[in-house]
Design a protein around this ligand. Structure first.
Ligand code: F3S
Length: 83
């Protein structure tokens, strides 16, 4: 099971990491990567508000991706600007 880049939550900023619509809002990822992931409490899901900008943020995003119970976080979301 892995995240689906065609099912991204709309609030994600463009780039490598994203949360998809299978997120159940457990919020574990926000605790692990608070500099990059935040909650939309009204909608009950989380999203990437900033792509990682340094090694420690990247590590936290990878850890969040690995720990997400429904594999809703993906790392293949780079947009192709030439297509
Ligand atoms: Fe959602 Fe997974 Fe985070 S379910 S809240 S993306 S840990």
């Amino acid at each position: 099971m892995s995240a689906d880049r065609t099912q991204k939550i709309v609030e994600n900023v463009p780039g490598k990491y994203y949360v998809d619509e299978s997120c159940i809002g457990c919020s574990i990822c926000v605790e692990i990567a608070p500099d990059n992931i935040r909650s939309n409490l009204n909608e009950g899901y989380e999203y990437i508000f900033k792509q990682p900008e340094n090694e420690s943020e990247e590590k936290q995003c990878i850890e969040a991706m690995e720990i997400c119970p429904v594999s809703a976080i993906g790392d293949d979301g780079t947009e192709r600007l030439d297509s």
